[in-house]
Ligand binder design. Structure first.
Ligand SMILES: Nc1ncnc2c1ncn2[C@@H]1O[C@H](COP(=O)(O)OP(=O)(O)OP(=O)(O)O)[C@@H](O)[C@H]1O
Length: 345
């Protein structure tokens, strides 16, 4: 059966069905709609004011690649300028190749790139890596004179985080997790996630139709992370209820915590001055724990922290471009190659 006409331009043949709406679109109309939706997220949420110098957290992965590309397209309309900031966590066999992709992107798009790091010590646990990378990204952004930081988290990432926080009973993080970003409390730069309402499938499709060059390998430590369980659960939920991802993202915005469950008001870290709900912020507590050889206790995990890391070798589906249950949405998959991210969708 021939593909239907594009429901937007009514000229070209449709190349895909949008996963949420089911609308059949050609590649050009899909990309235009995707960019318009990101523009709407930024403008309606007042995320990036005109004149902002925006540091894009560039990991080389599909999300930050798509984010940088879309913001570069929108920059003249938004009146913002962009800087790519990549953190080198020193993850052997992974980050070097990812950084090579970021360097190619910076050269192709003629965007300034700063590589900040190496974190070196944070190699064996995603919690360490995430917390210290967040700090390094803030430092890198300040170095280049940025006024705002953006990251490529998409709707699936956010829904996974909400699920993880529920599963851990982490009321503090649930309370902080809603919204499209943070306004820059405690002297930190304002941070936002312009792709937070975009589904992972559409991010991959956008990268495909715009022919973006990105690094699609999973971090070597990803199979150990608790996030993989949340991801698997989310896929099951999404197969039964396609709106589950966005419903979870929005639920985090609407949650109201009982007064007794609310985290204490944040103060300043006694060591670095960053926002902290205890004497030390999470990054300083982690470094302190590492120095004392007691990393888990330093972040208040102790026994509970064992949940953080799954048994080695436990196979879970990977990140980003994984097979998703549900209806096929690409009418003419250009690739059946299982090593291609699109082929695996
Ligand atoms: N090493 C890094 N340097 C700079 N920013 C990073 C780095 N790692 C992650 N980020 C930012 O945090 C976001 C979410 O991190 P995550 O771990 O999901 O990234 P990823 O899976 O490596 O790549 P991506 O999310 O870009 O596909 C990224 O989209 C990016 O904006």
């Amino acid at each position: 059966m021939p593909a239907p006409q594009c429901a937007s331009c009514h000229k070209a043949r449709a190349a895909l069905r949008r996963p949420r709406s089911g609308l059949a679109l050609c590649g050009a109309c899909f990309c235009a709609a995707f960019e318009a939706e990101v523009l709407h997220t930024v403008v309606a949420g007042r995320l990036l004011p005109p004149g902002a110098v925006v540091a894009v957290g560039a990991s080389g992965g599909k999300d930050s690649t798509v984010l940088a590309h879309v913001l570069r397209e929108l920059a003249p309309r938004l009146g913002i300028s962009l800087q790519l900031v990549a953190v080198d966590e020193g993850i052997g066999g992974y980050r070097d190749a990812a950084l090579a992709a970021v360097r190619r992107q910076a050269a192709r798009w003629e965007l300034p790139l700063t590589v900040h790091g190496r974190l070196g010590r944070s190699r064996s646990c995603c919690t360490f890596c995430g917390v210290l990378r967040r700090r390094a990204l803030e430092e890198g952004a300040r170095l280049v004179g940025a006024t705002h930081v953006v990251t490529g988290h998409n709707a699936d990432d956010m829904a996974e985080t909400v699920l993880m926080n529920f599963l851990r009973g982490d009321a503090g993080r649930l309370a902080r997790g809603g919204g499209l970003g943070s306004p820059g409390e405690g002297g930190a730069l304002p941070r936002c996630r312009p792709l937070q309402l975009a589904s992972q499938k559409e991010v991959v499709l956008y990268a495909h139709f715009r022919r973006l060059d990105y690094f699609s390998e999973e971090c070597v430590y990803a199979p150990e992370a608790f996030r993989g369980h949340a991801r698997d659960l989310l896929k099951l939920l999404e197969a039964a209820r396609p709106s589950a991802v966005l419903d979870l993202v929005h639920s985090a915005e609407r949650l109201a915590l009982a007064p007794a469950a609310r985290p204490p008001p944040a103060g300043a870290c006694s060591r670095c001055g960053a926002l902290a709900s205890r004497a030390l912020c999470q990054a300083c507590a982690l470094l302190d724990g590492l120095d004392r050889g007691r990393p888990r206790l330093a972040i208040g995990k102790g026994r509970r922290g064992r949940d953080e890391v799954g048994p080695r070798g436990l196979r879970r589906s990977g990140s980003g471009s994984n097979p998703q249950p549900g209806k096929p949405f690409l009418l003419f998959p250009p690739s059946r190659d299982p090593s291609s991210p699109l082929g695996r969708l």
